[in-house]
Design a protein around this ligand. Structure first.
Ligand code: PEP
Ligand code: MN
Length: 339
């Protein structure tokens, strides 16, 4: 159930509605919007009786919610969620934000070079993995704490917001202390302990779609984070596994408008992990911009052929520059602003 308040509802009236919901044995979740506040109800096993709520002053109407997820729903918050990343506004549809950097943090020198270069290309958010979820235990596992330190220092040096993956509950505080955005990787999309833990964190969460996750599973994973109290969630399509083997995964761009129809959360596209080959990044990145995504995550490093992870899908500086040029042209034609 969603309780929509009148645009002139007072804070006292809002609190009275929340108190009534608590008295019914459920939990209220207040979601202030641009024009009005909506209060989501969770904790109910069956339909909620709307009558006592509709009778309260300040209530406009009650909307039954039939989907399993509630807090992520656009009905709950008609305007898109906008997340402030050190002054860069992400989400809401008008802007397009490119997050760029290497797959893994490898050294101070590499990160410094990348940061300088991407900043010059207009990028505001720097990526770099410190804890790496690798399929093989013999592959490079990331510089871990040292990687966090490097990312933090280089982000601060160049005035860039930073994002890195948090792989388990025990390192959430370390990652949240070092980076501006907590990335939950595809392999951890349904790590429910981790989702609950980042729901209590004060940093925004970048939630990547699991490689065989449905839209509903993705939205329910995000619901865990919002339910924990953290409403700053960005979703990311990074390719799903299909029978097609001409790319690493199959980039499911149709999830972009599908998410936007159902949810107020920003949706990003990561063509690097979807495609797995650097020569298809640009066309799919342009497609992501054209289909209305809120942004991109792209891997770039000075010497991809010698990268310690994901080199085949990582752009070099020349390739990234060409990509940004193409995106700027297209954004102009589409009337969207490149962040
Ligand atoms: C990554 O971003 O480096 C990564 C491992 O992504 P994914 O979880 O989508 O595979
Ligand atoms: Mn990678």
């Amino acid at each position: 159930m969603l309780v929509v308040l009148k645009s002139d509802a007072t804070p006292a009236q809002t609190e009275a509605v929340c108190a009534e919901i608590r008295a019914m044995g459920f939990a209220p979740h207040s979601m202030p919007g641009a024009g009005r506040t909506a209060i989501g109800i969770t904790g109910n096993k069956g339909p909620v009786n709307a009558l006592p709520l509709e009778a309260l002053p300040g209530v406009e109407r009650c909307i039954p919610v039939t989907q399993a997820y509630k807090l992520v729903l656009r009905e709950m918050k008609p305007e898109g969620t906008v997340i402030d990343l050190k002054g860069t506004k992400v989400g809401g549809g008008a802007t397009f934000t490119v997050i760029a950097g290497p797959c893994s943090v490898e050294s101070v020198r590499q990160m410094d070079e990348v940061a300088r270069f991407v900043k010059d290309q207009g990028i505001r958010v720097l990526r770099g993995g410190a804890f790496k979820p690798r399929t093989s235990p013999y592959s490079f596992q990331g510089l871990e704490q040292e990687g966090l330190k490097i990312l933090n220092e280089i982000g601060a040096k160049h005035g860039l917001a930073t994002i890195t993956e948090v792989m388990d509950t025990s390192t959430v505080d370390d990652v949240a202390g070092a980076a501006d955005i907590l990335q939950i990787g595809a392999r951890n999309m349904q790590n429910f302990s981790l989702l609950k833990r980042v729901g209590k964190a004060s940093k925004p969460v970048f939630l990547k779609r699991g490689m065989s996750a449905t839209l509903e599973e993705l939205l329910l994973a995000a619901e865990y984070v919002l339910h924990g109290g953290n409403h700053q969630v960005m979703l990311c399509e990074r390719g799903v596994r299909t029978f097609a083997d001409h790319t690493r995964n199959t980039l499911d761009l149709s999830i972009v408008p599908s998410v936007q129809r159902l949810s107020h959360l920003p949706i990003f596209v990561d063509p690097s992990h979807a495609i797995g080959r650097r020569y298809f990044i640009e066309p799919m990145a342009k497609a992501a911009l054209a289909c209305g995504a809120d942004g991109l995550m792209v891997e770039v490093t000075p010497d991809p052929d010698h990268a310690l992870s994901d080199g085949a899908q990582t752009l070099d500086f020349k390739g990234f520059e060409k990509l940004m040029q193409a995106l700027r042209h297209l954004a102009g034609a589409l009337g969207r602003k490149l962040n």
